[in-house]
Design a protein around this ligand. Structure first.
Ligand SMILES: [Zn+2]
Length: 165
C-alpha cells in the first residue's frame, strides 16, 4: 500500500468525467488499498479516485466501523433534507454550507465486481452525494449556497481544537 497525492482545486483532472471500471484486476485492488490508506492519513470521511488523479468511478467512504469501497456507485434512492457544513480534501482550508438529502441509498461493486447496497444517513448520506459528484467532475463548492469567511473558518478550527483537548 502507498499514500497517493491528493489533487487540489484548480487541477483540471478534478473537473473531468470518470469512466466506469470494467476490469476488476490487481491494479484496481492496489488503487482501492492506496485510497483507503490515503483517506485515513488525511483524516477524511471519503475520497474519490479523481482526487488522486485516476479518472475511474471508484470511491472509498469511512462508515465509522469500516471503510467501504464503492466501484461504479449509483444512487438508488434519496429522501429528506439536511443543511450543513461541508469540506473536501481537494479544497483545503475551506468549508461551505450545502443542502443534501438526509438519507441516501446506493449500490456499488466491490473490487471483485460483486454488487452491494448501502444506506447512509446524515454525514454518510452527505458523503455519498459529495463523493459521487466527484466522479462526474463536480466539487461541492459549486453547490454551496455560502462559503465560510476566513473569520468563521478560524473560529470553527479553534472550536474543534478545544473539543479535541
Ligand atoms: Zn471532495
Amino acid at each position: 500500500m502507498a499514500l497517493r497525492k491528493i489533487l487540489t482545486d484548480g487541477n483540471p483532472t478534478l473537473n473531468k468525467m470518470c469512466r466506469p471500471v470494467t476490469s476488476f484486476d490487481d491494479r484496481l485492488a492496489t488503487l482501492i488499498d492506496d485510497m483507503k490508506e490515503t483517506v485515513v492519513q488525511a483524516n477524511g470521511v471519503g475520497l474519490a479516485a479523481p482526487q488522486v488523479g485516476v479518472l475511474r468511478r471508484v470511491v472509498v467512504v469511512d462508515l465509522g466501523d469500516e471503510i467501504v469501497e464503492l466501484v461504479n456507485p449509483r444512487i438508488l434512492e434519496e429522501s429528506g433534507e439536511q443543511d450543513g457544513l461541508e469540506g473536501c480534501l481537494s479544497v483545503p482550508g475551506r468549508f461551505g454550507m450545502v443542502k443534501r438529502p438526509n438519507l441516501v441509498k446506493i449500490e456499488a461493486q466491490d473490487r471483485h465486481g460483486d454488487w452491494y447496497e448501502y444506506e447512509g444517513e446524515e454525514l454518510i448520506a452527505r458523503c455519498f452525494c459529495h463523493e459521487l459528484e466527484h466522479l462526474d467532475g463536480h466539487l461541492y463548492t459549486e453547490k454551496a449556497y455560502r462559503m465560510l469567511t476566513e473569520e468563521e473558518y478560524e473560529a470553527l478550527m479553534k472550536q474543534n481544537r478545544e473539543e479535541d483537548e
